[in-house]
Ligand binder design. Structure first.
Ligand SMILES: Nc1ncnc2c1ncn2[C@@H]1O[C@H](COP(=O)(O)OP(=O)(O)OP(=O)(O)O)[C@@H](O)[C@H]1O
Ligand SMILES: [Mg+2]
Length: 486
């Protein structure tokens, strides 16, 4: 028998009655006749004699009508037709809290006739472990359409890698900013590889003043003229081989040029130890066409300002408890790839030897650094960090607009995933293949998500949930440019 409800639609203890279970009932799902309108994705609760309150989620809504084709034709001809219509909801059972941060599923179906209520906040929060990470969780936002805060566990996220995927403009960088604010609050050492120079605004409040995080945000940039607040990001020239330097020029793998450059490097070294590219160009004497071309390319590379006598030291990059931004804006893709490779390789080695604290590395536009097809300077080290980073306390936050184009060995290592709006079929397939625990219903939801709504998977949450991403405390630096101003 059922617990009774008032005609008002509310049970005596204030729960809102939505309908009652009918028809064929499964152990994992049920249909209920709707008496008060509900929406897809809404959480509901039913009472089970053996297990107590169970949490369930509305997956689908249908209107059952007795309007047949003949009657529909009459409607189309403008005639008035009476027909019956009833709303039916299909819900899948999530279960009940097992008391250990997990969820148990009932082993028997709920009886037909069981009353269905709008789920109470306390039941949702406990079954879905929305306070993952306890007091030290990262506040991501609120449960979609509810005002319940959603936290994810910072240790789980950093140790086991994170991914954010969405089509362009889907809200990836905004959400990454939210996560990074939480890392700053929790003093997680973070390094952001920032190809578009959009993260320095973590130091700014939305109104343009300084944010409360500003003292803990450090920026290095290739182009310090455009970014006057940043410290210069430079390679130490003498740490590179001739072939590596040439790989950044159109001379690429030209062996004769590499031999000439190598000889110039030897001579420069003999003269005074440290040198820069202009010192090397000065070593290139004579008018032979090959020499002239090499000198021109080396001078052009020098103008890019990425090499100097004394480059940026790796120990300046990993600042304990702080967020360091590597602003790569303005550098050509080859230079960006080389910086990412060099920095990740050095940091991984230092981390293995315990010389720097555990850290999180943010890789924006990951498809450009660790593509599924072909390889870049950085692909190998990114894959190594994805596979082995957790052993050594080096986590990755992988951000991409093309899930299908990111090395799947990297994406599948991310145990916490945030999925925002995606429409490309191949990207949806890549998400389905790399995200554990995502249901077919959730996958269907992805193309329909609106900006600012994410599906959060893992990070201490026992099942995927829809989250309204919270507002940024700092200025979002990735604003879409307004092409037409009204
Ligand atoms: N949670 C949110 N709340 C409010 N506005 C948001 C939210 N998420 C995104 N936006 C808005 O949507 C726009 C696009 O977001 P964002 O820059 O994060 O997209 P993106 O996925 O990083 O795009 P791209 O692939 O072009 O880098 C931003 O200008 C931002 O103002
Ligand atoms: Mg972005």
């Amino acid at each position: 028998m059922n617990d009774s409800a008032e005609f008002t639609g509310y049970a005596a203890d204030g729960r809102e009655l939505l309908g009652a279970v009918f028809g064929m009932v499964g152990s994992y799902d049920f249909d209920f006749a709707v008496t008060v309108s509900v929406e897809r994705n809404e959480y509901v609760q039913v009472h089970h004699g053996s297990y107590g309150w169970l949490l369930a989620r509305v997956e689908e809504l249908k209107l059952k009508t007795d309007l047949d084709s003949e009657m529909a034709r009459m409607v189309a001809m403008g005639e008035r037709v009476d027909y019956r219509e009833e709303e039916i909801a299909h819900a899948s059972i999530i279960g009940f809290a097992d008391g250990k941060g997990g969820i148990s599923a009932p082993k028997q179906p709920v009886p037909a006739g069981t009353l269905v209520y709008r789920a109470e906040d306390a039941l949702i929060a406990s079954v879905l472990s929305l306070s993952a990470g306890g007091g030290s969780g990262a506040l991501i936002g609120t449960l979609h359409s509810r005002s319940l805060p959603v936290y994810t566990d910072i240790d789980t996220m950093v140790q086991k890698h994170i991914s954010i995927v969405a089509k362009t403009g889907g809200g990836k960088s905004y959400l990454a900013g939210v996560l990074l604010e939480e890392m700053l609050k929790n003093r997680v050492t973070t390094l952001i590889l920032d190809p578009h120079g959009e993260y320095a605004t973590l130091g700014e409040a939305p109104d343009g003043g300084r944010s409360r995080f500003s003292p803990d945000v450090i920026e290095f940039a290739v182009d310090t003229e455009v970014n006057p607040g940043a410290q210069p990001l430079r390679f130490t020239c003498s740490n590179f081989s001739a072939a590596e330097i040439l790989s950044l020029t159109p001379l690429g793998e030209n062996k004769a040029a590499a031999a000439t450059l190598s000889a110039c490097m030897e001579r420069a070294k003999e003269k005074g130890g440290d040198y820069d590219l202009l010192d090397l160009a000065a070593e290139m004497e004579g008018d032979a066409p090959a020499m002239v071309q090499l000198r021109k390319e080396v001078e052009a590379l020098a103008a890019m300002n990425v090499f100097s006598e004394h480059g940026t030291r790796t120990d300046q990059i990993a600042n304990p408890g702080k967020t360091t931004i590597i602003n790569l804006k303005g550098a050509v893709p080859e230079v960006q790839g080389l910086f990412v490779r060099r920095l990740l390789t050095a940091l991984f080695e230092l981390r293995k030897r315990g010389k720097i604290p555990p850290l999180l590395v943010v890789l924006e536009e990951a498809h450009n650094f660790c593509p599924q097809q072909g390889k870049t300077e950085a692909s190998r080290i990114v894959r190594t960090v994805a596979a082995e980073g957790r052993k050594f306390g080096m986590g990755l936050l992988v951000i991409t607009q093309r899930a299908a184009k990111v090395d799947k060995n990297v994406l599948s290592q991310c145990n916490t995933q945030f999925i925002l709006k995606l429409t490309n079929g191949n990207d949806l397939k890549a998400v389905a293949a790399s995200v554990e625990g995502i249901t077919p219903e959730m996958l269907e939801e992805i193309p329909r998500l609106t900006t600012g709504v994410a599906i959060a998977v893992g990070g201490g949450l026992p099942v995927p949930v829809l989250v309204d991403v919270r507002r940024r405390e700092t200025r979002h630096g990735g604003e879409s440019a307004a092409l037409v101003r009204g």
